[in-house]
Design a binder for this molecule. Sequence first.
Ligand SMILES: Nc1ncnc2c1ncn2[C@@H]1O[C@H](COP(=O)(O)OP(=O)(O)OP(=O)(O)O)[C@@H](O)[C@H]1O
Ligand SMILES: [Mg+2]
Length: 426
Amino acid sequence: MKCLFYFKDKSKSRQQNSAPELKNRSPPDNSPRAVKSSGSEASQRSIPELYEEKAHNLRVFSFSELRNATNDFNRMLKIGEGGFGSVYKGFIKPPNGQGEKTVVAVKKLNRDGLQGHKQWVAEVQFLGVVDHPNLVKLIGYCAVDGERGIQRLLVYEFMPNKSLEDHLFSKAFPSLPWKRRLEIVLGAAEGLAYLHEGLEIQVIYRDFKSSNVLLDENFKPKLSDFGLAREGPADGHTHVSTAVVGTYGYAAPDYVETGHLTTKSDVWSFGVVLYEILTGRRSLERNRPRMEQKLLEWVRQFPVDSRKFCMIMDPRLQNQYSLNAARRIAKLADSCLCKNPKDRPKMSRVVESLKEAIQVCEEGSPSEKRTPDYPGTNSVDSDKNPDQIGTTESARRRMAHLASLSENVNVVGRRRFMNMQRTKVP
Ligand SMILES: Nc1ncnc2c1ncn2[C@@H]1O[C@H](COP(=O)(O)OP(=O)(O)OP(=O)(O)O)[C@@H](O)[C@H]1O
Ligand SMILES: [Mg+2]
């Protein structure tokens, strides 16, 4: 999904930064001191200052090194494309030229001048400073200002399992199991909590979405794409005032309306992704019936405590999920999606809630696993008129009910088997 950009400030002149210069200057667009914000003068260090101190182990690549690494940006090695540019799989030699090559991902910026350059600088600076198991590692970068224009590239650790978006929405991948979905969002939440609360400065990520949650060989999630990241408000300030950038379907409405950016804007986007993992639907889907195109509007018809709630769940889960945990996740999502940003939880609180939900899954008896709610069952029922649901839907529910009954038979069988195992223990 492409980013949205409404640039209020187009007055800044074109900067031609090559990599070494990056270390010696503060790009105007990434410091809260440089933007209109409420409150008094800042005392904390800025990202460019921290970058000076921390980012010495980033490798500076020549363009030809990266051209060789990607076989001249060969189409066969292209692994993705986003608003920023194309991403290639590449193979680089260690810095001393000795030993095995390492697999990397090389992102080659589109040649769209100042904006692309600003995002590149932001990405190098933020990823040069942060360090967390749930944030993708930047290995190095390349910047060339030649006669034929500028080249900006980024070299990351390679994430072999694509993105959460791919696994949730592409039929080319098997369905992500329920527990794995929860573990992935937990890791992503930990990455965001670190950015918001675990650093000397506060970092607002500003582009949280499922395509930016990359997965390593063990499906451990790492956030990528720091091109839109911003420093949070300086001491005593409530927010950063900024041009509105982000992605349709994920950006917090209060931020889009006012341009006031806080960490709670990220919390909103996180809430959207929570509904994506529950439903297996994208935040915006233009090819669905009108009432279903906007995920957040659609799920509102199936309140979390109603009997209808289970109808939002991703059919690809094939009922293999804990309904209790799903309800907890939906409640958590609703709190992240509060209209007033102040009412949204901090990410550290979100992390705690996700851990609790995972525990519910682990402790939940097998029969607690998703069994759909039907007339006559004793589940929470605030739903007054099941007839409104329509015949196709009720047929689908009957089928699902049958499936769940046979699932319960298996569950009973499994329990018995476990009891027998126990009796064998001396
Ligand atoms: N470090 C990486 N390792 C492996 N694959 C990657 C890496 N970074 C990006 N990719 C692949 O490239 C794809 C495109 O990434 P990119 O961030 O450019 O675009 P996007 O997230 O889909 O969209 P947007 O530009 O709106 O963020 C990703 O979905 C992923 O499949
Ligand atoms: Mg991305």
